[in-house]
Design a protein around this ligand. Structure first.
Ligand code: FMN
Length: 549
């Protein structure tokens, strides 16, 4: 059909691309989606594997806790088990993702309407939604945290709603817990910086109307990635996905709701949310790394399920970070922070913003990597700017220089240990909302903000490891001797931190070439007889010729 031609990938094209790039494991033996699937994939996040070694999993033979078989395969980790997988989904190199997001947000492309679509090849309505093995119960949705979760829960969903005043759609990734073959409960975060869908829900509640909603499962990657992205509420995610694709995303009207959905999605669950009704949802293992306890959320009455004949269902693995959920958010959020500091606030010397991932889960700890020698006033503007950019992020915000690895807690503690003075380089701010975290059951309780300038305030002596060329040659030697494999950890070589002199560099070179006796002769000539200063006095205080170079 002419009007549906497109060149972006749908989920199944994306899986083929992952296979080609050796980023996909296919598991053909029967796997229990309720008790085995997520724990199995979890091991690649908690089993000491390097980030680069993680892959997506495609389960082709899915069963449930009762041994029931499903005809739909399930993909876990397929959008963001690691950054390389995300980059395949974005069809670009990792280092270009930031610019691609910036361009798409600045230049959104509205969708192209089509009259028929793969996502509506099969349509279930009415009695086809009722009963065991029908409706939602026919979809192989895994349990994410067996032992804690109370329901199979959709995690890889883009939940589409529409502002009843402006007709502008929003699409956010919110979890949906299955309750019956025709009912699930959605959780839209009510906190500041939470779900755009909740803003719509409030409007429908005020009008006394039910809210139409389409939960899109298995979007083309460009569309999927817009679900967790923090976009302004009045910027339609389908338009931004078009910006990412560089062409309009094909869209079709839902069968029972007046909403536009991506035509090449795998499965779409259509229905209505009655804002006058709430139902208990959870417990569910959350991305802040704790179990969200049972709370009232929004029941969603299903009016239709539409799907491709040969649909594949994705499931994001979330909970304790790192996880697919933290990778998908990290790659999307860090460019937003950098753009805000550099281009909106115009702060000089900001190189990068890193959201700390393992266990803390991105939202709590922000690292700002600054050039050396940037005025303190700029560093403090960056600290305040990053901490206030999003209402639910940046509780602990730390500025460091670019030799500090923001992904290494050791490295961060090293900066704190040697480069900041707690009495002078720390500020505490009041009045932060609790943000996304384990509920404390004390409504209204406020949190605070900790800002730390852990950048170097002045030149320091070099890092005491052999210089890079010696370490590189030694690595080649290590490998030639067939010693066990090593993984270099930053910092793995010494380097100048500003306080160093060419005379010492020459002495060091001579020593490393075996000529230490020559150095000894030279220091003999510099001996001081009957000195009027004590040992440990710097040569620079006594001798001439040590002026800065
Ligand atoms: C796996 C995953 C699950 C998520 N679950 C929820 C959720 O249940 N509720 C929620 O409000 N946000 C959830 N989020 C975060 C939102 O997707 C994110 O805040 C996004 O910006 C929301 O889009 P919106 O601003 O259009 O609402 C989740 C994100 C991911 C990656």
């Amino acid at each position: 059909m002419a009007d549906t031609s497109y060149s972006y990938r749908d989920l199944q094209d994306h899986l083929k691309e992952l296979k080609k790039s050796d980023l996909l494991w296919t598991i053909d033996e029967p796997i229990d989606k309720d008790a085995e699937m997520h724990p199995l994939v979890r091991w690649q996040f908690r089993g000491g594997m390097a980030e680069a070694d993680r892959k997506a999993f495609l389960f082709t033979n899915v069963v449930d806790g009762k041994g029931r078989k499903f005809d739909i395969p399930v993909a876990v980790g397929a959008l963001a088990a690691n950054q390389a997988i995300y980059a395949v989904g974005m069809d670009t190199a990792l280092e270009d993702i930031s610019a691609k997001w910036g361009n798409a947000i600045a230049n959104p492309i509205p969708p192209r309407m089509v009259n028929s679509a793969p996502c509506q090849e099969i349509i279930w309505q009415g009695s086809e939604l009722i009963g065991e093995g029908k409706g939602l119960d026919a979809l192989p949705i895994p349990i994410s945290t067996p032992g804690f979760d109370s329901a199979p829960t959709l995690t890889a969903a883009n939940c589409v709603t529409k502002d009843p005043d402006t007709d502008i759609q929003n699409s956010g990734t919110y979890r949906c817990a299955f309750k019956a073959s025709d009912r699930m409960v959605i959780r839209m975060a009510t906190r500041v910086g939470g779900a755009g869908g909740y803003v719509h829900w409030q409007k429908y509640k005020e009008r006394g109307e039910k809210m139409p909603c389409a939960v899109v499962v298995g979007c083309p990657p460009y569309v999927a990635f817009t679900g967790p992205q923090k976009l302004p509420i009045d910027l339609d995610e389908l338009d931004v996905a078009g910006g990412l694709a560089g062409e309009p995303i094909n869209a079709i009207k839902g069968k029972t709701v007046d909403l536009l959905v991506p035509a090449e999605a795998e499965v779409i669950i259509e229905g209505y949310i009655d804002p006058e009704v709430l139902e208990p949802e959870g417990p569910f293992g959350e991305s802040h790394g704790h179990v969200a306890l049972e709370e009232f959320n929004m029941p969603f009455e299903v009016t239709a399920i539409t799907r491709k004949k040969n649909a594949v269902i994705p499931s994001y693995i979330s909970q304790v970070a790192p996880s697919e959920s933290s990778v998908i958010k990290r790659v999307a959020y860090e460019p937003l922070f950098l753009n805000h500091l550099k281009n909106v606030l115009g702060i000089r010397g900001v190189q990068k913003v890193a959201l700390h991932e393992p266990l803390t889960g991105l939202l709590r700890v922000t690292l700002i990597i600054m050039d050396k020698g940037v005025p303190r006033t700029e560093i403090w503007r960056a600290l305040n700017g990053a901490a206030s950019f999003k209402g639910d992020m940046g509780k602990i915000t730390i500025a460091v220089n670019d030799d500090i690895d923001p992904d290494s807690a050791d490295s961060i503690l090293w900066a704190l240990a040697y480069r900041h003075n707690p009495a002078a380089d720390v500020q505490l701010l009041s009045h932060r909302s609790q943000g996304h975290g384990p509920k404390r059951e004390h409504s209204g309780e406020e949190d605070g903000t900790l800002l730390i300038d852990a950048t170097m305030k002045e030149a320091m002596p070099p890092l005491a490891l052999p210089e890079k060329e010696y370490m590189e040659k030694a690595k080649a030697l290590w490998e030639r001797l067939d010693l066990p494999p090593i993984r270099p950890e930053t910092p793995w070589h010494g380097y100048s931190l500003g306080d160093w002199h060419s005379r010492w560099a020459e002495d060091a070179k001579r020593a490393a070439e075996g000529d230490y006796l020559e150095n000894g002769k030279r220091t003999l000539a510099r001996q001081q007889k009957s000195p009027d200063f004590k040992p440990e006095t710097s040569v620079r205080q006594i001798e001439d010729g040590w002026d800065e170079e």
